[in-house]
Design a binder for this molecule. Structure first.
Ligand SMILES: [Zn+2]
Length: 326
């Protein structure tokens, strides 16, 4: 997972920010020192108190930085993150939610990132003060009887669009579940997402989570911007520029590790799609792009994010046999 909690401060930490801290050191010795310092800290799961370890925070790693559970550790029984992961195994084939809602916490709200989003120190400290103990007790008492969990407690907020996209793809039979997007009237998973399909003549002026297959051959990434062309049929391109439909993101202000994170995601999709070329069409994988934004008012071929934030776009390959879920 991309985030874990610093046990000492209670703050939620992005793994990619740890890599950035290592990157920003002046010389190799300082980098080593920072790496050792960050690795020595105690991180715990956001759903329980299991210890997590940061992986690939060294700048030269090919894998994206993330947290994984420490060896010999297990998520605690009532950890909503591990219970969620178990549901993913069945979500593709059947509806998981009951009349009372989704059985565990799911990402129901996208929040635009501000510095305050990651600093949940206050609520962490408050819960310690009021109970005289760590939030583990609160979580455990709430989840010990899942049937009694109120719908309210099953909702969680995220700044990472990827988490919402993964939920959309993993639970195609549960898209009636509510989903709140910033500046969008209350909606659900079904209506919060929209496929870009120029043939249909749809409009894309409303702010939503849009998605489409991207042309991995035409992707351009510079230090200033990312240009991602979308598959929209051979005849659909801007006659003035000769360009197809595309998403353009200004990345000039991103940190190096934020740029690496998205670049690696795109590269991974490209590699998976290439490797899956086989005679069996249904087993092939296609690279799909998801983002929170809309069509540019000046150019209908161009899409843009609501804000050029690395958290608001996400790429994933999808097997052709699963395309009916889109
Ligand atoms: Zn856990």
């Amino acid at each position: 997972m991309e985030l874990a909690r610093d046990k000492q401060t209670g703050q939620e930490v992005y793994a990619i920010d740890l890599r950035q801290q290592v990157l920003e050191q002046k010389d190799p010795i300082a980098s080593q020192k920072m790496l050792a310092q960050l690795t020595a800290k105690e991180y715990i799961c956001l759903g329980c108190e299991s210890f997590m370890t940061p992986v690939a925070i060294k700048p030269d790693m090919k894998v994206s930085p993330h947290f994984r559970i420490k060896k010999k550790e297990q998520h605690q029984e009532n950890c909503h993150i591990s219970r969620y992961d178990n549901l993913v195994q069945v979500g593709l084939t059947q509806q998981v939610s009951k009349s009372s809602g989704f059985p565990v916490k799911y990402p129901s709200k996208l929040r635009l990132f501000t510095e305050r989003n990651v600093t949940s120190e206050e609520s962490w400290q408050d819960s310690r003060k009021s109970t005289g103990t760590s939030p583990k007790t609160i979580t455990a008492s709430v989840n010990s009887n899942p049937a009694s969990v109120s719908d309210e407690l099953r909702h969680s907020t995220t700044t990472m669009l990827g988490q919402i996209v993964k939920h959309f793809l993993s639970f195609p039979h549960d898209r009636h579940l509510s989903l709140h997007l910033p500046f969008v009237k209350t909606t659900n998973y079904q209506d919060g997402f929209k496929k870009i399909d120029f043939d249909s003549g749809n409009s894309y002026e409303k702010l939503l989570i849009y998605y489409g297959e991207f042309m991995y051959i035409g992707v351009e990434i510079t230090s200033q911007e990312i240009y991602l062309p979308l598959m929209q049929g051979l005849n659909i391109f801007d006659k003035l520029t000769g360009k197809p439909v595309f998403l353009k993101v200004d990345i000039s202000h991103w940190t190096t590790s934020q740029k690496d994170y998205i670049t690696q995601q795109i590269e991974k999709c490209r590699a998976e799609a290439r490797a899956s070329r086989s005679y069996d069409y249904n087993s092939r994988k296609q690279p799909w792009l998801f983002f929170f934004g809309k069509q540019s008012p000046q150019n209908k071929f161009q899409f843009q994010l609501i804000r050029d934030d690395w958290r608001l776009l996400y790429c994933q390959t999808i097997q052709v046999s699963n395309l009916s879920n889109l």
